[in-house]
Design a protein around this ligand. Structure first.
Ligand code: NAP
Length: 291
C-alpha cells in the first residue's frame, strides 16, 4: 500500500499498528521509532519492524506515511524534530485522543506540501507498552479522521484505506466536534473512574479492604478504567480542557438533580431517568461497530 511507513511512539497503539502493517503487508518498509532505548530493545526482540531506531529525525527520511503514536502532550515536540526531514508530499498522521490541540501543536512545523491527516482509533485497553499491542485491536472499531480544510482528499482516502485494512470503520469529523463527542463518551467516564476509585482509596483501611473483597462488577469496571496510563490521561485532560469542563458542568448539574430526587424521595424522577438510560444502553449494544 505504501512504500515506507514510519511509526513513532511504540506503545499499545503504535505497536498494534505495526503488527497490522506486517500482518497485512501495508508497507514495503516499516520503520518503528521510540525515544526510549528500553522500548527500542523490546521492539528488536518482538521483531516489530524492518528498522528499529531511537533517532526520530532519521526515522522519517523518505517515508510516505508517518504516524505519531506518542502521548498527546509530546506531539509538538516530536513534530518539531521530524518535520525538516519529511519528504515533500509525505502524509503526517497521528493517533492522539484529542484532535484540536494535536493539530495546533503539529501544524506550525509543517511546510506546505506535507499532508496532515489526523486520526483517532477508538480502540484501546488499560495496558501500555509494545508488548501490550495486538493485531485485532482495531477490528470493527471506529477510526475518526479529522482532516484540515487544506488536506488533499486523496491523502484522506489513503489513510482511510490504511485503517480499513486494519479492520477499522472510518468516520470523518471536524476536530472540534471530535473533541466534544469524545469528551462525553470517553474523557468524562475516565474522570469519573479516576475519582470514584480515588474516593474509595480515601476510606479508612478496614472499609478499603472490604471494597476490594466485595468489589461488584460496577466498581470493578471503574477500577479497570482507572488503571489507564496516567501520562496519556493527564495529557488528554490538559489538551481537551474546554470540552471536558463544559461536559463536566452539565454532568454536575444532572448529578445534583439526582441528589435532590434521592433526598426528596422522588421515585418517579429516578425511575424515569433510569428507564431512559436503559434504552440508550440497548441502542449501543445493538450497533455493530465499536462493541
Ligand atoms: P503508550 O502505550 O504509553 O505508548 C506511548 C509510547 O510513546 C511509549 O513507548 C513512550 O515511551 C513513547 N514516547 C513518549 N514520549 C515520546 C517522545 N517524545 N518521542 C518518542 N516517543 C515517545 O501509549 P498508547 O496507549 O499507545 O497511546 C499513544 C497515543 O494514542 C496517545 O496519543 C493516545 O492519546 C492515543 N490513543 C490511545 C488509546 C488507548 O486506549 N491507549 C486509544 C486511542 C488513542 P516511554 O514509555 O518511554 O514514555
Amino acid at each position: 500500500m505504501f512504500g515506507k511507513v514510519t511509526i513513532i511512539g511504540m506503545g499499545l497503539i503504535g505497536s498494534s499498528i505495526a503488527r497490522n502493517v506486517l500482518a497485512h503487508k501495508l508497507a514495503k518498509t516499516l520503520v518503528v521509532a521510540d525515544a526510549s532505548e528500553e522500548v527500542c530493545k523490546k521492539l528488536v526482540e518482538l521483531e516489530l519492524g524492518n528498522i528499529v531506531t531511537d533517532e526520530l529525525a532519521l526515522s522519517v527520511e523518505d517515508a510516505d506515511l508517518v504516524i505519531l503514536a506518542v502521548p498527546v502532550g509530546a506531539m509538538g515536540k516530536v513534530a518539531k524534530i521530524i518535520a525538516p526531514n519529511l519528504k515533500q508530499g509525505a502524509i503526517l498522521s497521528d493517533t492522539g485522543s484529542v484532535k484540536v490541540s494535536v493539530i495546533d501543536q503539529i501544524k506550525p512545523f509543517c511546510r506546505s506540501g506535507i499532508e496532515i491527516v489526523p486520526a483517532h482509533p477508538i480502540a484501546g485497553t488499560e495496558f501500555s507498552g509494545p508488548e501490550s499491542g495486538f493485531v485485532e485491536l482495531f477490528e470493527k472499531k471506529w477510526c475518526i479522521i479529522t482532516p484540515l480544510p487544506e488536506t488533499d482528499v486523496r491523502s484522506v482516502e489513503k489513510v482511510s484505506e490504511f485503517w480499513e485494512k486494519m479492520g477499522a470503520v472510518i468516520n470523518i469529523m471536524e476536530p472540534e466536534h471530535h473533541d466534544l463527542v469524545l469528551g462525553i463518551t470517553s474523557h468524562l467516564p475516565h474522570l469519573i473512574a479516576y475519582t470514584i476509585v480515588g474516593t474509595a482509596d480515601e476510606l479508612s483501611d478496614d472499609i478499603k479492604s472490604e471494597v476490594i473483597q466485595f468489589s461488584a462488577s460496577g466498581f470493578r469496571g471503574f477500577t479497570r478504567i482507572a488503571a489507564s496510563d496516567p501520562t496519556m490521561w493527564r495529557d488528554i485532560f490538559l489538551n481537551n480542557k474546554d470540552a471536558v469542563l463544559e461536559i463536566l458542568q452539565r454532568f454536575t448539574e444532572d448529578l445534583t438533580a439526582m441528589q435532590k430526587a434521592i433526598r426528596k424521595g422522588d421515585g418517579d424522577y429516578l425511575y424515569e431517568s433510569f428507564s431512559k438510560t436503559r434504552a440508550i444502553r440497548k441502542a449501543i449494544i445493538e450497533q455493530d461497530v465499536g462493541n
